[in-house]
Ligand binder design. Structure first.
Ligand code: ADE
Ligand code: ZN
Ligand code: ZN
Length: 286
């Protein structure tokens, strides 16, 4: 009986520890579903070849893999976010993309560049792809989601909202997790019949409808760049200041007013993440 209790407590700790990083499972799933739908023929076939056989060519089903291996691959945990100086509301690669020991390039932007570079060797490699390129694809797909979560480019002292306790309606919550998961989940419940497929369909309709004229701009990087994560990170910290942190303090009760203002921001960030993941993979495998 004691053993069972210990096991339940440990599993609970593991569950909550894991749930503090990345968009939640739904956020990453949505980003990867949007992305895979937009792949060119050559990118689609490279992705299919790189994905493990058991996922049946479904990138979204492994889009949260990087969160599950954070403990096995301890080095990977600082690759999920960027800490920026408190209250500045901007991001600078040289200043901010480093880990707690000051190691340069160790942040979500550096990780996106690194795994994109690794995948560029795919074309040169032989017909049997190495395991490493499979992991590179899964890391890149996950981190492209993370860098679009506004609070994954947050303030240093509150660890991207991880130390700010709030209420999400009647429940205790952490601000970071509100943006990883609560806003998406409440949106699904309130507007999409608790069905993620309905939400994905609606976001895809926005891409071809209301947002169509902006998509090319979202996809593009400067000449010669395969991906441009510093731009994505800069947008995130601005959104964090304008929306996530705005008027929020320890103990704030976040309900309809905050939810309804934040939901369009979250939807836009998810869509941009998916569009840019596809654009990056299309350039890599083009
Ligand atoms: N740990 C420290 N800062 C973080 C952030 N911005 N997002 C997620 N985890 C973090
Ligand atoms: Zn997170
Ligand atoms: Zn993550």
């Amino acid at each position: 009986m004691g053993g069972l209790l210990v096991m339940i407590i440990s599993l609970t700790i593991v569950f909550f520890a894991e749930s503090t990083n990345g968009w939640g499972i739904d956020g990453h799933y949505i980003v990867c579903r949007i992305a895979q739908d937009r792949l060119s023929e050559s990118a689609a076939s490279a992705v299919k070849e790189l994905l493990p056989g058991y996922v049946d060519n479904d990138l979204a089903s492994v889009c949260s893999w990087a969160d599950r291996v954070k403990f096995r691959y301890h080095w990977s945990s600082p690759l999920h976010y960027i800490d920026t100086p408190d209250e500045l509301c901007n991001y600078d690669y040289d200043r901010d993309c480093k880990d707690e020991n000051g190691e340069k390039g160790v942040c979500v932007s550096g990780a996106i560049s690194n795994y994109t570079d690794q995948l560029l060797s795919y074309k040169a490699s032989s017909s049997s792809p190495s395991n490493n390129l499979t992991e590179a694809l899964l890391f890149l797909s996950h981190f492209m989601g993370d860098i679009h979560q506004p609070l994954h480019v947050g303030f240093t002292s509150d660890r991207g909202g991880n130390t700010i306790d709030v209420h999400w309606y009647r429940r205790k919550a952490v601000l970071h997790h509100v943006w990883d998961a609560n806003i998406i989940e409440t949106g699904e419940e309130r507007f999409y019949d608790s069905n993620i497929e309905n939400l994905i369909d609606a976001l895809k309709e926005n891409i071809t409808g209301d947002w169509a004229h902006q998509v090319t701009k979202w996809e593009s990087c400067s000449k010669n760049e395969t991906t441009c994560p510093d731009r994505y990170a800069s947008e995130s910290i601005v959104a964090a200041c304008d929306w996530a942190y705005k008027n929020v303090t320890e103990g704030s009760v976040l309900e309809d007013e905050y939810f309804l203002a934040s939901l369009p921001v979250v939807n836009l960030r998810l869509v941009k993440g998916g569009v840019r993941l596809a654009a990056t993979l299309n350039r890599v495998f083009g």
